[in-house]
Design a binder for this molecule. Structure first.
Ligand code: TLP
Length: 337
């Protein structure tokens, strides 16, 4: 029986024994009363790491993004984002329902926005237009291929947004991968952004949890929106304990995921598959029929997602080791012919 290798997403990781021990030992209280010491610790820690005044623990990256949009817009406003952005593709239309905003998509280069194109996308005030109010940037860009928007481009994008009177949001679900890939601290990426979402439940390996960070005022508002959405959790420290552990122990090791993605890509390229070189932990294989390839690979013990008809996504993570990468390459070799 070949090894099973699950490359569908880095959300699939299960907490390590050490992380489970941290969860077990976490001090708890009622977080809706603001009395969970572990949640309070996590919120302070993530805010400091990202160079912002305050943070808010939320159940998911989707809720983090939706809260960020809700706190920075009014119904009828327009949000500018890259055409592969998560809130457009994968948040069940939440921005329309929760915030009443329209989304204006700007194509990027492998998910990376060009500041000049963003400037051009902001239309002058006119009675016909939904006023652009927010720029949302995803780093790393999931559908872009796990690509990094460099620190200087982040600064240029937020400058363009602010000059045009927009606020700037960073969807940093995988910001940790970007920081490890380029060796810059998270705060270098986040400096110009007014509000940032990050996830602990992707590459960092926590079972649940994301955060919104920003000014103390914005986070006060965000706390009310979280409550409205039903995201006020009680003894949430049992989850936040995993996230604190993840921040302390699992950021540096993302370099291993990136190295394995590279090894996998090299193996696939040698087999004749077409894919761009990974910048972080994702590979998108370009194939004529991605669902068919996913199903063939499944029979060989390798799980991958067809994120489009012609694109198969492979993601490395904490629960994938070197032997599994070798097994995955061997499986691709078997399904090739
Ligand atoms: N992305 C998931 C799926 O929803 C596609 C994945 O497997 O990659 N921002 C970005 C950039 C994301 O990739 C995701 C999750 C989220 C936000 C939402 O996070 P969750 O799943 O915690 O709501």
């Amino acid at each position: 029986m070949p090894l099973t290798v699950d490359l569908r997403s880095d959300t699939l990781t299960r907490p390590t024994p050490e992380m489970r021990a941290a969860m077990f030992a976490a001090e708890l209280g009622d977080d809706v009363f603001g009395e969970d010491p572990t949640v309070n610790l996590l919120e302070a820690k993530v805010a400091a790491l990202l160079g912002k005044e305050a943070g808010l623990f939320v159940p998911s990256g989707t809720m983090a993004n939706q809260i960020a949009i809700r706190c920075t817009t009014q119904p009828g406003d327009e949000v500018i984002l890259e055409s592969g952005a998560h809130p457009f593709h994968y948040e069940a239309g939440g921005a329309a329902v929760i915030s009443g905003v329209t989304l204006r998509l700007v194509p990027g280069n492998r998910g990376v926005l060009d500041p000049d194109m963003v400037r051009d996308a902001v239309r002058p005030p006119n009675v016909h237009h939904a006023p652009a109010r927010l720029l949302s940037v995803e780093n790393t860009a999931n559908r872009g291929g796990g690509t990094v928007t460099p620190v200087a481009t982040c600064a240029a994008l937020t400058e363009v947004a602010h000059q045009a009177g927009l606020l700037a949001h960073l969807d940093g679900a995988r910001l940790w991968n970007a920081t490890v890939a380029v060796g810059a601290p998270p705060s270098a990426f986040t400096a110009g952004f007014d509000v940032v979402s990050v996830c602990f439940s992707k590459g960092l390996g926590a079972p649940v949890g994301s955060a919104v960070v920003g000014s103390a005022r914005l986070i006060e508002h965000a706390r009310r929106v979280r409550k409205m959405l039903g995201g006020g959790m009680r003894q949430a420290g049992v989850l936040a304990g995993a996230c604190v552990y993840a921040l302390d122990h699992h950021i540096g090791r993302l370099a291993e995921d990136h190295r394995r993605a590279r090894t996998l890509w090299e193996g696939l390229t040698e087999l004749g598959f077409s894919a761009s070189a990974p910048e972080t932990n994702m590979i998108y294989v370009e194939v004529p029929d991605a669902p068919k390839l996913a199903s063939r690979l499944g029979q060989e013990g390798v799980r991958a997602i067809a994120l489009a008809w012609a694109r198969l996504r492979l993601v490395t993570h904490l629960d994938v080791d070197d032997a599994q990468i070798a097994a995955a390459i061997a499986a691709f070799g078997r399904v090739r012919g």
